[in-house]
Design a protein around this ligand. Sequence first.
Ligand code: AMP
Length: 431
Amino acid sequence: MPAFKTVRGMRDFLPRDAERMRHVEQVSRELAQLYGYEEVITPVVESYDLLAAKAGEEIRERMYAFKDLGGRKVALRPEFTASVARLMATKLRNKPKPMRLFSVGSLYRYDEPQYGRFREFWQANYELFGSDKPEADAEILMLTNDLLTRLGLRNYRFKIGHMGILRGIMGQEGLGEEQQNRIMQLLDKKRWEEALTVARSADASQNCLTTLKKVFETKGKDAFQVLKRAEESVQEYEKSVAAVENLREILELTRESGVKLEVMIEAGFARGLEYYTGMVFEPYVPEIEMALSGGGRYDKLIELFGGEPIPAVGVAQGVDRIVLAMKKQRGPPKIAKEKVVVIPVDEEYVAKAMELSSILRNAELSVEVEVMRRAVSKALSDADRRAVAYAVIVGPEELKEGKVVLRDMKKREQRVVEIKNLCEEILGSFR
Ligand code: AMP
C-alpha cells in the first residue's frame, strides 16, 4: 500500500490546531450573537452559474468546478457572499430589513499553496442588509475590531479605501464596466503601472490618467488629512467627491462612538471581488503581510442575483490567517481547559470511575477516564506528561466512606474528599 498523504493545498488539523481554529470560530459565533447576526448554513456545493455570476475573474478561474453525476455543472463555494445573496434574492426576499446574517465554514479556491494561502480555508462571514447609512459600515468595522481584540491580537491596522473614488473617475471618463473591473483587479495586486496601461489603452484622457495616478499615491495613517488630500485630487469628479465624503462620515462615526481604530487610508485601494461599491477594508498585523479579513459595501449585489436592490455591507474574517497571527503574537497556546483524569485502582472500580466521570462532566469539567487499566503510578505519570490538573483515584478504602482521593497534579499533593463535594472542590480551585 502507498503511504497516503493529503492532497496538495489541503491540510489536516491535529488537536492543537483544530482547537485554535474552533476557538476563533466560537468567538466569532458569540460575537454574531452579541451584534444580532443570525446564523444561516448554506451548502458547500452550489451551481457553477451562481458562484461564477459575480465572483470576479480571478476567483472564477480558480473554482473547484465539476459536473456531478446528474450532469449538473456545480462548484465548491469559493466565498459565502453568492450563497447569502441567493437567499436574500429568494427565500429571505420578503423579510423585514435590516437583516443581519452570519455564516461560518470552509471555502475552496485553487490558489497556489503558500504561507497563509490554502486551497481549503475557513471564513466567518457577517452581512448587514437593508441599510445604506454610514452607521452600517461603521458597525462592520467595529465588529471586526471587536473580534480581533477579543482574540487577543495586538497592533493590527485597518487598510481602508472606497471603491467609489476610482469608479467615480473612471465612470465619468466613460470607461466600460469590464475595463474598470480589470483595472480594479490589477490595483488589488498593487500593479499600478499595468492598471494605468489598461486605462490608457481604453482611451482614458490625460486628465483621467493624472488623477488616477494622484489617487494611487494618496495614502497615510492620519485619516482626515488623507481624505482632505484625496478630495482635492478628485474635485472634478462629482461621484468621487461623494465617495470621499461617505468615507469621512463612516470614520467620524467610528471615532465618535469611541472605537479606536488604527487605520491606513489608501484612496486607490481596490478589492478583487467585482461587487464592491463603497467602503472597502482589510485588517493587517505587522507580523504577516497578508490581510486577515476582507470587507466592504456592495449595494448592487442582490439585484445581480435577481432580487430587489438592497444595500449591503459585510466582512469575511479569515479564520486561518487569524490563527496564524495569534500564533505569531502569542507563542505556544495555553491548554484551553483544565483537565481531570479519573483512575480506578483496579478493574473492580472501573464502573465507579465512569460514574464519577459523568458527574464531573455534568459540572462542565473536561474529564478522561483511565481506559488502559494501567497501574495508578503509570496512569499518574501519563497525566503529568499531559499537564492534567487533577487526578481522582477511585479505590476501596475511601469508597467505603463515600470518598475518593483527589490529587492536585501541579502541587503534587493529595487528600481524601467526599464524593458529594468533589465537583465543588475541583471547580473551587479553578476560580
Ligand atoms: P476574500 O474572500 O478574498 O475577500 O478574502 C477574505 C479573507 O479570507 C482574506 O483576508 C483571508 O483571510 C481569507 N482568505 C482568502 N483566500 C484565502 C486562502 N486561499 N487561504 C487562506 N485564507 C484565505
